[in-house]
Design a protein around this ligand. Structure first.
Ligand SMILES: [Zn+2]
Length: 187
């Protein structure tokens, strides 16, 4: 068995780690992006602390009511700020979940985000899960197709082919069956 890489080499599958900070106890705080199919980094970033295991993917909701995915500079600032105040000891590197567990994580994330209105889903919506998920964008897209087959109440996929022959795939989270939820939560 190959020896496990240390926290200074470890890169979760499907990601690019751009900067590793050290917190006050030496635990690494990763600034990461998704690895796109051409090997470039995504424009959305995530921050994950291997000490306290907290993750950030969005701009600060305390200073603005509108939040959006962290870009490189915002992610770097967040990681640096957290590293300067977190005292959690370095923990073990997260193990790679098996396929069934990873698919379950994706399904749970979609179900938690379900609202009383439908909305489109993007692979970047899973940025905060990726350090634990350890899967590529392509793998996640395959699972989304399988989930849409299995759970049409949860996720719908539509495709649109342009006149130039380019096919776009759209993922849409289906509205929550809110009438039933309200009936049970009204007790
Ligand atoms: Zn931390």
């Amino acid at each position: 068995m190959p020896s496990q890489p240390g926290p200074d080499q470890w890169t979760p599958e499907g990601l690019l780690v751009r900067i590793r900070f050290a917190n006050l106890a030496g635990a690494r705080v990763l600034l990461y992006a998704r690895a796109l199919s051409d090997g470039q980094a995504s424009s959305e970033y995530g921050v994950h602390c291997l000490g306290c295991t907290d993750t950030w993917t969005m701009t600060d909701s305390r200073s603005s009511s509108t939040t959006y995915p962290l870009n490189f500079l915002e992610g770097r600032e967040r990681a640096n700020e957290h590293a300067g105040q977190c005292r959690a000891l370095p923990g073990p590197l997260p193990g790679r979940p098996d396929d069934e567990t990873a698919t379950g994580m994706i399904t749970t994330r979609i179900a938690r985000r379900q609202r009383d209105h439908g909305f489109s889903l993007h692979v970047s919506d899973f940025t905060g899960d990726r350090v634990l998920l350890q899967r590529t964008d392509a793998w996640i897209h395959e699972q989304l197709a399988a989930i849409a087959d299995r759970r049409p109440d949860l996720l719908a996929i539509t495709t649109d082919t342009t006149s130039t022959g380019t096919t776009h795939v759209y993922h849409r989270v289906q509205p929550h069956p809110s009438t039933r939820t309200q009936a049970t939560s009204a007790r």
